[in-house]
Design a protein around this ligand. Sequence first.
Ligand code: 9UX
Length: 72
Amino acid sequence: ERRRAHLEITGMSCATCSGTVEDAVADLEGVEEASANFATDEGTVAYDPERVSLSEIYAAIDDAGFEAAAET
Ligand code: 9UX
C-alpha cells in the first residue's frame, strides 16, 4: 500500500532547511518519496503505512529541528 500525506511544517527558512527535512524523512524505512517547500511551509510524503507511521515521520522532522503537523 502507498499512502500520501500532506503536512504543515514550520521553522523552514531556506532551501537548505527544506532539504534537511526531505533528507530526514526520506531516510526512514518505508518512505518512498518526501518533499518540502520552505516558501509555503508544506510538505508531502509518500509512504507505506505497514512499514512506517505518520507519527514516526513527524518525529523525524522534529528531530531535525522543525515542527510538523497534519495539514489543516
Ligand atoms: Mo537556511 Mo535553515 O540558511 O535551519 S538552513 S535557515
